[in-house]
Design a protein around this ligand. Structure first.
Ligand SMILES: Cc1cc2nc3c(=O)[nH]c(=O)nc-3n(C[C@H](O)[C@H](O)[C@H](O)COP(=O)(O)O)c2cc1C
Length: 333
């Protein structure tokens, strides 16, 4: 696969981890980088919270380690341009964050708590506000010693019958964003039904005349579905979400398939179990043990999916409270 340029940043390949709250931990992003992901953004963080509460509350979700995770993006959500300006200024003034490669704006989150504040996918219905947010972010980064690219991740519409929002895509591009990624579901669909490549391609075509890369996202689970998305949408890159949970090997498999190389086999159970432990050890480096284990409960079943006996230990894993307990349970399969 070819490299892609997002603003001044070149990613080696266009197969990227999709941001996922609770999943896109720092150790997981490091693992995805090793497994070939083009880059991996953090999960969404509130621009308003950074502006008014400072960095401490959100730091754990934004902590980055460029030496190990390579190119990375911090994803912000919000509805007020001034909140984004303040958040970016704070991020770029914080030693452990200022090496971030890009800022991504969330314009796709469908969760009511986020949408009712005018953030996330609510911005699809308010293109002027969305455009002002992009402009505010671009103005803020332009004043930095290192003006990082500003990207947007959004959806193919808000209402159930939306079939792509070409005007919205053009508004984002006109405002100067450096990359657009579209998930082919509407806000109403949340995560149900199918992601529409047709709706994605409507938005892709709308911004073809702009010099910015366009990424597609939704329901990509293997090399076959990845190829189909490239062919049907004309995108420059793809983001992989749910299929990467507990399965970072997917990046190597998809890249091999797209390059016409032999697709590596799924990893053996022992390797999957080792990776589970490795991610948990990584989480333990910056979280208290009880918190790290509790938050990892929902992720662990993905690592052992398909292993014989996995269903039996899943029940135990999702109530584990300590690292030792997780290790003991894992040894049962
Ligand atoms: C558990 C979970 C958390 C998510 N969190 C975020 C997030 O923080 N930011 C974001 O832009 N999208 C988020 N998403 C959406 C995904 O990035 C992606 O757009 C969506 O899952 C569709 O892609 P997929 O079919 O490959 O999973 C989340 C999805 C899931 C399942």
């Amino acid at each position: 696969m070819k490299s892609v340029k997002i603003g001044g940043i070149t990613i080696n390949n266009p197969v990227v981890l999709s941001p996922m709250a609770g999943i896109s931990s720092l150790p997981f992003r490091v693992i995805c980088n090793e497994m070939g992901a083009g880059y991996s953004p953090t999960e969404l963080v509130s621009a308003r919270s950074i502006r008014y509460n400072g960095i401490d509350k959100s730091l754990r979700y934004m902590r980055i380690l460029p030496e190990e995770e390579g190119i990375t993006a911090i994803q912000l959500f919000g509805s007020e341009p001034e909140d984004f300006e303040a958040a970016i200024e704070t991020i770029m003034d914080t030693p452990v964050l200022k090496e971030v490669s890009m800022i991504d704006i969330n314009m796709g989150c469908p969760v009511p708590k986020v949408v009712k504040t005018g953030s996330g996918s609510a911005l699809i219905e308010d293109p002027d506000r969305a455009s002002n947010i992009v402009k505010a972010c671009k103005k803020t980064v332009s004043q930095l010693p290192r003006p990082v690219p500003v990207t947007v991740k959004t959806r193919a519409g808000y209402n159930a019958d939306d079939k792509g929002k070409p005007d919205f895509a053009r508004a984002l591009a006109d405002a100067g964003c450096d990359m657009i990624c579209v998930h082919g579901r509407t806000r109403t669909q949340m995560y149900h039904g199918e992601s529409s490549n047709e709706a994605i391609s409507v938005m892709r075509e709308a911004v073809r005349g702009y010099e910015i890369p366009f990424f597609a996202n939704g329901d990509i689970t293997d090399a076959g579905s990845a190829r189909k998305v490239f062919e049907q949408t004309g995108c420059d890159g793809i983001m992989i979400g749910r299929a990467a949970r507990g399965n970072p090997w997917i990046f190597g498999q998809i890249l091999a398939g797209l390059d016409g190389r032999e697709i590596p086999a799924d990893p053996a159970p022992e390797i999957r179990k080792e990776m589970l432990i490795r991610e948990l050890e990584g989480r333990l480096k910056y979280l208290p043990e009880d918190v790290a284990v509790r938050e990892f409960r929902s992720v662990m079943p993905y690592y052992i999916k398909g292993i014989q006996g996995a269903a039996r230990i899943k029940v135990q894993l999702v109530s584990a409270v300590s690292f030792e307990e997780v290790k003991e349970i894992i040894e049962l399969v």
